[in-house]
Design a protein around this ligand. Sequence first.
Ligand SMILES: CC(C)(COP(=O)(O)OP(=O)(O)OC[C@H]1O[C@@H](n2cnc3c(N)ncnc32)[C@H](O)[C@@H]1OP(=O)(O)O)[C@@H](O)C(=O)NCCC(=O)NCCS
Length: 148
Amino acid sequence: MVNFRKAALTDLESIIAIEKKIFGSGSYPAFVVRQLFDVSGHYFIVAEEDNQILGYALGAVNTKQKQAWVLSLGVSEKARGRGLGKQLTEQLIEVLKTEDLKEIALTVFPENKAAIKIYKDLGFEGSPVLNNYFLDNEARIVMTLAVN
Ligand SMILES: CC(C)(COP(=O)(O)OP(=O)(O)OC[C@H]1O[C@@H](n2cnc3c(N)ncnc32)[C@H](O)[C@@H]1OP(=O)(O)O)[C@@H](O)C(=O)NCCC(=O)NCCS
């Protein structure tokens, strides 16, 4: 049975391994994952089964702007198609919504159909495609979910 829970420091090695495998040269370096854990650990959810981390979702909150971000979402290839990505995102949204927020935002590649399906199903709406959003000459869509 898959258990969704807050990430612990001892999960970071597995999270970093998944992040590297999935995102390759575009992955967050280990030190960034560690620092995001230190800053945003409260909004860091993992999916675990048989003592194995299968996926994670990480958020961050800008309290002044009343805006939260989904910073990363990843599920091991072997565990995909079981609804984990959607459930991780849902669980993260629930935690983020405990803050006083106007919206939750995220960025996604325009061709990332699986991720966009999850976000749309959960109520996110997309903006037009933004070129060079991360100064890497690639396009991204910013999607937002209004929170009341
Ligand atoms: C995106 C990702 C997290 C999805 O994880 P997952 O656990 O397989 O996702 P789920 O099983 O919850 O659901 C995926 C949904 O997308 C659908 N889907 C999968 N591939 C699809 C495709 N090519 N086109 C359209 N829909 C697709 C699935 O049918 C499912 O829809 P459903 O809920 O109606 O059945 C995973 O593929 C991943 O880690 N990708 C690499 C990292 C990434 O892209 N992260 C998001 C960055 S914004």
